[in-house]
Design a protein around this ligand. Structure first.
Ligand code: GTP
Ligand code: MG
Length: 197
């Protein structure tokens, strides 16, 4: 399914403009600059459909990309340190929270965490919301090319330990690098069953 054509389908800045595409959705959430948009590119090997930037705050709306007619990948705006007006940030953070807690067709949230920084309070806040809403989510450590393998393994264990009583969490914690492609096939495998067959 990840070989199918990735096509931009819709963007929403407010909840009433969230589209009904009738495809299972997988969303990518996490702090600004953690590598959400890059990961969609790496998973699909289709560069240039989803825009990325070295400046935090690139993605400013909930963006829907279809993969053929099987699956929809949803690129969420980041929370944390985006270069944007306070009101705009609040509005899109509220939309992200609403989306991950109420979206019926949402099959999985990939919560991306920078392997160098680990879980931050904002991540924990989103995790609690998803737990309460019974939204299934998976932790994906990003930018693993920057960290020595030993630190990486330690980071993964630390997160797994911190979240061990969380019911909606899908294990294991995965580790990826969109830069080198490390761990990407593994993540594809973890997600492929969520697509329409
Ligand atoms: P927002 O849209 O601002 O929330 O950011 P985002 O999470 O979509 O991040 P984006 O994919 O735009 O990437 C942010 C920066 O991190 C870019 O400069 C990317 O090139 C870089 N980056 C993304 N993935 C990796 C990775 O695996 N390794 C390294 N070293 N850099 C990465
Ligand atoms: Mg982005």
């Amino acid at each position: 399914v990840f070989k199918r054509k990735l096509t931009f389908a819709a963007a929403a800045k407010v909840s009433r403009s969230l589209p009904s595409l009738n495809l299972p959705e997988i969303a990518f959430a996490g702090r600004s600059n953690v590598g959400k948009s890059s990961l969609i590119n790496a998973l699909t090997r289709q560069w240039g459909v989803v825009r990325t930037s070295d400046k935090p705050g690139m993605t400013q709306s909930v963006n829907f990309f279809t993969l053929g007619s099987r699956l929809c990948l949803v690129d969420l705006p980041g929370y944390g340190f985006a270069y944007a007006k306070e009101e705009a940030k609040e509005a899109w953070e509220d939309l992200v929270k609403e989306y991950v807690t109420t979206r019926k067709i949402l099959k999985r949230v990939c919560l991306l965490v920078d392997s160098k920084w680990g879980l931050k309070p904002r991540d924990e806040e989103l995790i609690e919301l998803m737990e309460n809403a019974q939204t299934k989510y998976q932790i994906v450590l990003t930018k693993t090319d920057i960290l020595p393998p030993l630190d990486l393994a330690r980071r993964a264990t630390q997160i797994q330990e911190a979240l061990k009583h969380h019911k909606q969490l899908i294990l294991p914690v995965l580790m990826v690098s969109s830069q080198t492609g490390g761990g990407i096939p593994h993540l594809r495998k973890a997600l492929v069953n969520l697509a329409l067959s």
